[in-house]
Design a protein around this ligand. Structure first.
Ligand code: ADP
Length: 780
């Protein structure tokens, strides 16, 4: 017979028996059946309890009649201490009733001693039962643990579990997650209709899903929106299965609701990005670590002529023109992988057409910083390049034209000034020195015409230098009143001729400003000139005063006339270039329409402004605002400058008594020589030569007190070169040299002064000016 005990492990039997013979018999029976045994025989209750408490037994075999207690009591004790150990009652005396009672109380078997042979079978059966019981207990325990584990899972699952009645939609049960997400308590949720948990925005879909569930008994990934207690919305995905009765009728649903708000947001973002990339007109691509395309947008396909499928998987070089320097392409990849690259490349379309692109790349990295690929955004810059090239060409052309224009103007200026010197100079002299009234009148006309021509020339040249931004502002501390006085004097004769009163009104004697004398006197010149031209009777007044304008100290000059006035509609346009109120063949006044626009530009240059108020038939009032630009520290200089201004007034020639100072005039134009000689000959001993070489020669052998020097000496060396030779002669190191030249463009004077000339006179010149400058130079 097969025994239950494992090999080497004896069956531990506790035998309650007061008869040694019976105990031996029992032991023999079991040994014969093949059991290895640990067989302990006891008969007293106390011993029995001790053995049971040791827990060392696999089975208890008990006689019924024992000394001091019986089998029933032994069974009861065993059931208390170790109910899992099988208990077999062996009795020769107890009747059937006791047997039944014992079996009821937990004995596994009951054997009558007469039929002791059955014992091995009974033991085996008992052991089997014990094993099965142990297994069941284990399973029950496992089930218990697993149940508690699942209830934990149910309650704390990341998803929401809801059970509801199928027909009514009433919620029966939900897990903790539902309460956490919706902020409802379990009590609040239980009994609610499921529709109260859906957001009103999706009620229609929710009802549809509900009907579908009641028809099919399940829902798979139905996306709806739930309403939290505070009314806010979350996106959910619902899966539901039905619990049915025996007849198949759906009783209730077990639903799993997953919060997919984040996923939805992410999807929305991705969708938005996808749409953006699709709609963007820039060319967008993503390449992998082998520089092969993994994504391109529609703009790229359109531009290069490759379909999406054709280009995906291709190396980026498929788009690059072979005309790109290889180092450049390497550079792009190297820098893009490192961080980013930005620049221009030549690219190729599928049909071989080359075009320039502006490309920006950057690496794509994941959250761990690993490079996933490269992102590129490019733009076809053919058009931009063309426009830039056109602009460069236009700029170069404009610069060339401007250079030509400047050259032309400089030449024209020189060529007009030289003969004008003769015209103006001699007509002036004739007026002074001829007694015949008719001839005087003619000389006056020649002189007026020449001056008008000279004025136009100066205005055109000024406009040109203002337009090319070469006009420089020469800031000095000056007395504006003095400039006004000096300017107005020039118009006294003209005003007299028209019978107009010329008036000056000053608030205070000196009005100092840190500004440009030349620009202010030109502006005043224009305004007073216009005022006289456009006034037939009455007066022209120049008024000057200090004013604070926009918290700045300013000098305000008004040039007021009582002339024809200007129509309102023309007040704006008169400051535009070339504009005259009367234009066309029928224009009634002289002028080139440049004067006021130049005035406006001069004022802008010194940070000032010009404006006008006028009434037709009554007169005009031109107002200049000139910033004083004087800081507190300049107040001292103010007085110094004032006195220095005053001393610059022309003073009488100081010729040393008796001896006329010797002057050398180097000039290639014989008419100019004649004119200058005529002007100075009474006061100076003048010698003239017509070439630079002669001039140098003369200085070697003579000691002149002053040199008048033309700069353009036609052939051979220029006036400045002549001067540098003359300066080498020790006597001429500090002898004053005055440039007397028809070069009168912006910057010319500065250049000649830098070349060693002490002073500068531009042709044509006034005889008074020539005499004054000579005198000033000679008197130091
Ligand atoms: P122009 O050299 O032709 O005088 P301006 O620019 O100096 O050019 O003046 C533009 C126009 O403004 C003149 O043609 C004239 O019609 C008008 N104008 C200028 N000053 C006065 C003034 N004081 N009175 C009336 N009209 C004037």
């Amino acid at each position: 017979m097969k025994t239950q005990n494992k090999k080497g492990i004896p069956l531990r039997v506790l035998c309650l028996e007061d008869s040694t013979q019976d105990a031996e018999l029992t032991k023999e029976m079991l040994s014969d059946a093949g059991y290895e045994l640990q067989f302990d025989v006891i008969e007293k209750e106390k011993e029995y309890v001790t053995c049971l408490e040791s827990g060392n037994y696999d089975i208890i075999l008990s006689d019924y009649s024992l000394p001091g207690f019986n089998g029933m009591q032994a069974l009861e004790i065993a059931m208390k201490i170790c109910p899992e150990i099988p208990f077999i009652s062996i009795s020769g005396t107890a009747g059937e009733e006791i047997a039944v009672e014992m079996l009821k109380k937990g004995a596994v078997d009951y054997i009558i001693k007469d039929r002791i042979k059955r014992l091995p079978f009974a033991v085996e059966g008992a052991l089997k039962k014990k094993e099965a019981k142990a297994a069941t207990r284990k399973a029950e325990e496992a089930l218990k643990t697993s149940e508690s584990k699942y209830s934990d899972l149910y309650e704390n699952a990341p998803d929401m579990f809801i059970s509801m009645e199928a027909v009514t939609g009433t919620i029966i049960k939900c897990n903790k997650t539902v309460t956490e997400i919706t902020n409802y308590s379990k009590d609040e949720i239980t009994g609610l209709s499921i529709f109260e948990l859906y957001h009103p925005d999706c009620l229609r879909e929710a009802k549809k899903a509900f009907t579908q569930f009641n028809t099919t008994g399940e829902l798979r990934n139905v996306e709806l929106q739930m309403r939290k207690k505070d009314g806010s919305k979350i996106d959910i995905s619902t899966n539901a299965t039905a619990v049915r009765d025996e007849s198949g009728r759906i009783l209730y649903s077990r639903s799993v609701l997953r919060d997919i708000t984040e996923r939805k947001r992410a999807e929305e973002k991705i969708r938005l990005l996808a749409h953006t990339i699709k709609s963007i007109s820039e060319i967008i691509s993503i390449t992998d670590l082998e520089d092969k395309f993994t994504f391109v947008n529609q703009a790229l396909s359109d531009k290069y002529g490759y379909s999406y499928d054709e280009i995906i998987g291709q190396h980026v070089n498929i788009l690059r023109s072979p005309n790109n320097p290889p180092e450049l392409l390497e550079d792009v990849l190297k820098h893009s992988r490192k961080d980013s690259w930005k620049g221009e490349l030549q690219n190729l379309t599928k049909d071989g057409r080359e075009f320039p692109i502006s490309l920006k790349t950057s690496k794509i990295v994941n959250e761990n910083g690993d490079i996933l690929g490269l992102f590129g955004i490019a733009e076809d810059i053919t058009e931009r390049k063309r426009v830039v090239q056109e602009l460069i060409d236009a700029k170069e052309k404009a610069e060339e034209m401007s250079r030509l224009k400047s050259n032309f103007l400089a030449n024209m200026s020189h060529e007009i000034r030289t003969p004008l010197s003769g015209i103006l100079g001699f007509s002036d002299i004739i007026q002074d020195e001829n007694n015949l009234e008719a001839v005087k009148k003619m000389a006056e006309i020649i002189n007026d015409s020449g001056n008008r021509l000279l004025n136009s020339l100066n205005q055109i040249l000024d406009l040109s230098s203002l337009e090319s931004n070469t006009k420089k502002v020469n800031y000095k501390l000056i007395d504006i009143n003095y400039i006004i006085k000096e300017t107005i004097v020039l118009f006294s004769v003209t005003a007299d001729k028209k019978n107009l009163k010329l008036k000056i009104e000053f608030d205070i004697n000196t009005l100092m400003a840190y500004t440009d004398t030349d620009l202010i006197s030109k502006t005043l010149n224009n305004l007073i000139n216009n005022a006289i031209i456009y006034t037939n009777r009455g007066s022209v007044t120049v008024r000057a005063k200090e004013e604070i304008i926009n918290e700045k100290e300013c000098i305000v000059i008004n040039v007021i006339d009582t002339g024809i006035g200007i129509e309102k509609k023309n007040l704006e346009i008169i400051f535009d270039e070339f504009r005259q109120v009367s234009e066309g063949w029928g224009r009634s006044f002289e002028g080139n329409g440049l004067g006021l626009s130049l005035c406006k530009k001069y004022m802008n240059l010194i940070g000032g402004s010009i404006s006008v108020t006028s009434e037709l038939g009554k007169g005009s009032d031109f107002r200049l605002v000139i910033p004083k630009n004087i800081l507190k520290d300049d107040k001292d200089i103010k007085t110094q400058e004032k006195s220095s201004v005053e001393t610059t007034q022309p003073d009488s020639l100081q010729i040393k008594s008796g001896i006329k100072p010797k002057i050398l005039y180097i000039e290639d134009d014989p008419e100019c020589i004649k004119l200058v000689k005529y002007i100075v000959t009474n006061k100076y001993d003048i010698a003239a030569v017509t070439s630079g070489a002669e001039g140098i020669e003369k200085t070697k052998n003579n000691e002149y007190a002053l040199i008048l020097l033309d700069i353009n000496l036609s052939k051979g060396i220029s006036g400045l070169e002549v001067l540098s030779e003359i300066r080498k002669i020790p006597y001429y190191k500090d002898i004053p040299v005055i440039a007397l030249t028809a070069f009168a463009m912006a910057g010319d004077e500065e250049e000649f002064r830098a070349g060693g000339c002490e002073d500068y006179i531009s042709k044509p010149f006034k005889k008074e000016m020539l005499l004054e400058k000579i005198s000033k130079a000679l008197n130091g």
